[in-house]
Design a binder for this molecule. Sequence first.
Ligand code: SF4
Length: 242
Amino acid sequence: MELSFTRFRIYRECPWKYKLIFVDGRRIPLNPKSSFGSSLHRALERWLLSGDDCREALFDCLRSSWLSQGYPDERVEARWRAKAERALSRFHREESSRRARTIAVEKEFVWPLGPHTVRGKIDRIDQGPDGAYEIIDYKTGPGVPTPAQVAGDIQMRFYALGARRALGLRPAVLTMDAVVAGERVGASYDPSGEDALACEIRGAADGIEAGRFQPNAAYCRRCDFKDDCSNSAEKTRQSDET
Ligand code: SF4
């Protein structure tokens, strides 16, 4: 079993959702939020890899990375695109004042976990003037996390674990870069929970391999399939109300 963070996250949210997507082949269509997020990630990746740090180069990367799918019409798409340009303008200003050195962009890692393989891709790894490694993840939603949320975030911890086990790095700081809000929030990395996380990843991989896809009713309200899943507690609740 090969487990990426996306697969692990979806199995954690609801094993039945995992089955719908990865066994039955159901797709979650793009919407403005997900399309916007993908475009920004792609633009940032291209720009950081290009080595050209000027603002125009960043905007060129946005133009070549922009996905038009997922928007109901051109006016809505234009609004999201203007939002992306504002976010990247701000990002560029702040980036110019950073003293850390970027040592990797979209860095892949792979490590063995019992009979399974764990893989992932880290948005960015920086190294500060003091030599400390910083794992950075770009967030394209409207909110700004607290340092405690960053420290406990399962995705950040999954990446930090991968950086240690596969890349031999000792991350000192986890940072979420809330690109739209223009804020970077960092937290010291505490590796003490790594064994527990590895155990949880192993449990998910074992469960998937054994075909354990029990529905998780607690997640239905937030689920993309809530209106047409045969196990949706949300659909049942709505029909009980009508
Ligand atoms: S609607 Fe509920 S049971 Fe169905 S996939 Fe989503 S979370 Fe799982």
